[in-house]
Design a protein around this ligand. Structure first.
Ligand code: CP
Length: 340
């Protein structure tokens, strides 16, 4: 099994199925703390360096929230222009310095491979919060955790399921990482729906085929949505040379309640890594789905806190003593599971 303690989390390729199932059991343990039924101070005194050199809402804040919920402190750097990287400092030097100030570092950067390069200079574990169009391993882990929970709610598992991925599958690092993780499971059908210019990279399709899964590649939405999970994605405008080029594809594959009713199963679960692009010319996931109980996008985002708590606990080696440092919650709280 993967040795989490002291490890960098750079790619989903690091994990086997046993390690993922172990991590998900730790994530389950984190639920009462995330729901504010109890608190734990197990990381009291520890410092997270939360370095986000590319825009983020969920990943940055949920890393920070996860660390706070374990009792630790968070130091943030956001934006390339406000760091000394803008003065020509190398990732190696930045890592040497900031890892002296922190016990663990989470980092997002626009360049593929940059987080691994940074980790070479770090003295503490580094967790990849997204490196260019390459990988987003913690998103893939929370996506898989969500899929497992949603499938269990339907008395099913991950093995044997059908997932349809839609949109910008070329630049979407979340779907790249998720496909790699699904290769650890059995007998999955993957339907990959995108314009041919934004198709899933061949090396990932090859990995899916080599895992023995059925892989359907299509440019048609209709007739391909009768899946257990439909995973919608945004056109990744920031990865195109020009906005005009991204505009060629924006709004091509919209999902709304009428399309859901006509083409999905009655219990097809809808996922999206978020942010969804809600501008009129995109609107890939319409607000009219917000009351659909099978819309899991906010449950998915909530699960990010549980999985990131589990990653911090395991990489810092405190996963077995979380309860030893717990205390009651003194403030009003009525948090429950998100309905959708
Ligand atoms: N899913 C995700 O990575 O969202 P953010 O860009 O808001 O972090």
């Amino acid at each position: 099994m993967f040795k989490f303690e002291g490890a960098n989390i750079l790619s989903v390729n690091q994990f086997d199925r046993e390690s993922i199932e172990y991590l998900f059991r730790i994530a389950d343990v984190m639920q009462p703390y995330a729901h504010r039924q109890k608190q734990t101070r197990v990381l009291d005194g520890a410092i997270l360096g939360n370095l986000f050199f590319e825009p983020s809402t969920r990943t940055r804040v949920s890393f920070g929230t996860a660390f706070n919920l374990l009792g630790g402190h968070v130091r943030e750097t956001t934006g390339l222009s406000s760091s000394a990287l803008a003065k020509g400092e190398s990732l190696y030097d930045t890592a040497r310095v900031l890892s002296s100030y922190s016990d663990v570092i989470a980092m997002r950067h626009p360049d593929s491979g940059s987080v691994a390069e940074f980790a070479e200079g770090s003295r503490v574990p580094v967790i990849n919060g997204g490196d260019g169009a390459n990988e987003h391993p913690t998103q893939a882990l929370l996506d898989l955790y969500t899929i497992q929970k949603e499938q269990h709610a339907h008395q099913a598992g991950i093995d044997g399921m059908h997932i349809a991925m839609i949109g910008d599958l070329k630049h979407g690092r979340t779907v790249h990482s998720l496909c790699k993780l699904l290769c650890l499971y059995q007998n999955i059908k993957l339907t990959l729906i995108s314009p041919k210019e934004l198709a899933m990279p061949d090396y990932i399709i090859d990995a899916v085929n080599n895992a023995g899964h059925e892989c359907v590649v299509t440019e048609q939405l209709e007739g391909h949505l009768d899946a257990d999970i439909v995973y919608q994605t945004r056109i990744q405008q920031e990865r195109f040379a020009t906005e005009a080029e991204a505009n060629l594809y924006r709004g091509k594959f919209r999902l709304n309640q009428a399309i859901y009713t006509q083409h999905c199963k009655s219990n097809t679960v809808i996922m999206h890594p978020l942010p969804r692009d809600s501008r009129a010319d995109a609107n890939e996931l319409d607000n009219d789905l917000n009351l659909n109980p099978n819309l899991a996008i906010f449950r998915q985002a909530d699960n990010g806190v549980l999985v990131r708590m589990a990653l911090f606990a395991t990489t810092l080696g405190v996963q077995d003593i979380v309860q030893k440092y717990e205390a009651p919650v003194r403030w009003f709280s009525n948090k429950t599971d998100t309905v959708n």
